[in-house]
Design a binder for this molecule. Structure first.
Ligand SMILES: [Zn+2]
Length: 105
């Protein structure tokens, strides 16, 4: 099964669920607006995508070179700020932290 087919099935399932939740005669935009009604603020971390991409090591354990060799691949994980919705209930802003001090330019 290709990745594209898998994504198509996920979309079909999501549309069926949306149809059962908000009614099958509404547009996708209206369904999204209904399901995100209490989440009005665009997530600043994922910009509305609902996920962030991290690099994960898929090299199998138990091989002689495990721990030295790596097989890093990108993996999409649910956004930790919006929990995968892409939008947040309250407006979120970045938390800043002093790392060091430099001369003013
Ligand atoms: Zn997010």
């Amino acid at each position: 099964m290709t990745k594209k087919t898998n994504q198509t099935i996920q979309v079909i399932r999501a549309l069926r669920t949306a149809g059962q939740t908000v009614g099958s005669k509404v547009s996708i935009e209206d369904a999204l607006a209904y399901m995100l009604s209490d989440r009005r603020h665009l997530c600043p971390k994922c910009n509305g995508k609902g996920f962030t991409t991290i690099m994960k090591d898929f090299y199998p354990p138990g091989l002689p070179d495990s721990g030295w060799a790596t097989d890093m691949k990108p993996v999409n994980v649910d956004c930790s700020v919006c929990e995968g919705y892409g939008y947040t209930v309250k407006k979120m802003v970045p938390k800043t932290e002093v790392v060091d001090y430099v001369e003013e330019s």
